[in-house]
Design a protein around this ligand. Structure first.
Ligand code: ZN
Length: 413
């Protein structure tokens, strides 16, 4: 019997980094040769295991270890990366899942079927829409709309998927894949600084934050910087600056986060008061009520500032996403698994989006586990986690899968 070997996972992560990375980081952008290389390497690691490997209609890769029952426990991750990405984002989940499959297979037939999915195009880095493969499985996928998305070179998502052998019009058929899934579990690096600050290696993730993302346009009057007295200006950039500072205070008071990531002023020259200014605003909170309150406060602040600066203001929604709540019983199992392996657990939400959002939206009981990220860095070549913490994560995730198998087995179908 081969016991779980977490050191093997770390070695495989390093091997994948060497195979698909360069001096700028990981190069496994979805629907490109680097991604295909990672996926075929992963396929080779399955040799000798009593599993099947299939690609679904949306390009997700499914590895199945048949159990005594067709009811399935699903583990998930993604081998795609952003350009110049990190070595652990998405890949830790997949390779930890592989190690769990090895351990389970060595012990015989599990009571339920255990699957591992490598989701297609989680990152959305090329076409601007993330969670492509998992949204096809959850039913939140419109081929007509998404197929027309273009990358920086003008290539459509439809063409890119076609070149990888995927007919985008058939992608929604992948929905049937979740039919027999009783639970979805995903291990991921935190990608933020919270666990490092707490001095903890692992946490149970309670859900993902809701998002209010909007474009606010302030409109004033472009005017000469030399001839226009200070008391007769209608300066939309001044309004934008004031809103940015308000958004920070609103987030601090509300217990969420608020970001103005971009301000673009037109005409944008040093010799003119700006005539128009676009502000990109992103607010997040784990709970719907406080998120709505933060958003209402931002709108009220913008309206007040617009009056005081004598400018117009208009709002255009970009993304409005409700918070996702993971399954309370699975969160408790995850808490237990973390405590048994690491001594202490912690519950926290995820700010970044993950494929687990889509499985939860599809009604599949879902939970995630986080492992500490060093310096909170991700989507960068500096992304890292202590090897000892990676090994703890594999052990705790293995424990969570065992608990979830027992939970799914005991549940009425
Ligand atoms: Zn990821």
């Amino acid at each position: 019997m081969s016991a779980l070997d977490p050191a093997r996972t770390v070695a495989e992560l390093r091997a994948l980094r060497a195979l698909t990375g360069d001096e700028h980081g990981a190069q496994r952008l979805a629907w490109t040769p680097g991604w295909a290389t990672a996926r075929s390497w992963f396929g080779e690691q399955l040799a000798g295991l009593p599993v099947t490997r299939e690609v679904d209609e949306a390009g997700n890769v499914w590895v199945t270890l048949p159990g005594a029952s067709p009811t399935s426990v699903l583990m998930g991750g993604h081998l795609d990366s952003v350009p110049n990405g990190g070595w652990l984002d998405g890949t830790l989940n997949v390779l930890a899942g592989l190690e769990v499959l090895r351990r389970l297979a060595a012990e015989g037939t599990p009571p339920v079927t255990v699957k591992l999915v490598d989701w297609a195009d989680e990152e959305g880095a090329r076409f601007g829409r993330s969670l492509i493969g998992s949204s096809a499985c959850s039913g939140n996928f419109d081929p007509a709309l998404l197929g027309a998305l273009r990358d920086a070179d003008g290539v459509t998502l439809r063409a890119a998927m076609g070149a990888s052998g995927i007919d985008i019009d058939r992608a929604p058929a992948a929905r049937s894949r979740l039919a027999d899934v009783a639970a979805y579990v995903e291990l991921h690096i935190e990608q933020g600084p919270v666990l490092e600050r707490l001095g903890l290696p692992l946490a149970a993730v309670v859900g993902t934050t809701g998002i209010e993302r909007h474009r606010v346009t302030f409109t004033g009057q472009a005017a000469h910087a030399g001839s226009t007295p200070m008391d007769s200006r209608r300066d939309p950039l001044a309004a934008a600056a004031r809103l940015l500072l308000e958004v920070r205070e609103i987030a601090r008071r509300g217990g969420g986060v608020g970001t103005v990531g971009s301000v673009v002023a037109r005409p944008g020259i040093v010799t003119a008061v700006a005539g128009e200014c676009d502000v990109l605003l992103d607010q997040r909170h784990v709970a719907a009520g406080p998120l709505a309150a933060m958003h209402a406060e931002a709108r009220a602040a913008a309206a007040r500032i617009a009056v005081e600066e004598d400018v117009g203001s208009a709002w255009e929604p970009i993304l409005e996403l409700a918070p996702t709540h993971f399954h309370p019983e699975l969160i408790a199992l995850c808490d237990d698994a973390v405590r048994e392996i690491a001594g202490t657990s912690h519950r926290m939400p995820s700010g970044p989006g993950h494929d687990a959002i889509e499985t939860a939206r599809a009604g599949v009981p879902t939970v995630m586990m986080f492992v500490q990220s060093l310096r909170g860095l991700s989507h960068a070549k500096e992304e890292d986690t202590l090897p000892g913490h990676l090994e703890l994560a594999v052990r705790a995730f293995d424990r969570l899968v065992d608990k979830t198998i027992a939970w799914a087995h005991a549940r009425p179908a």
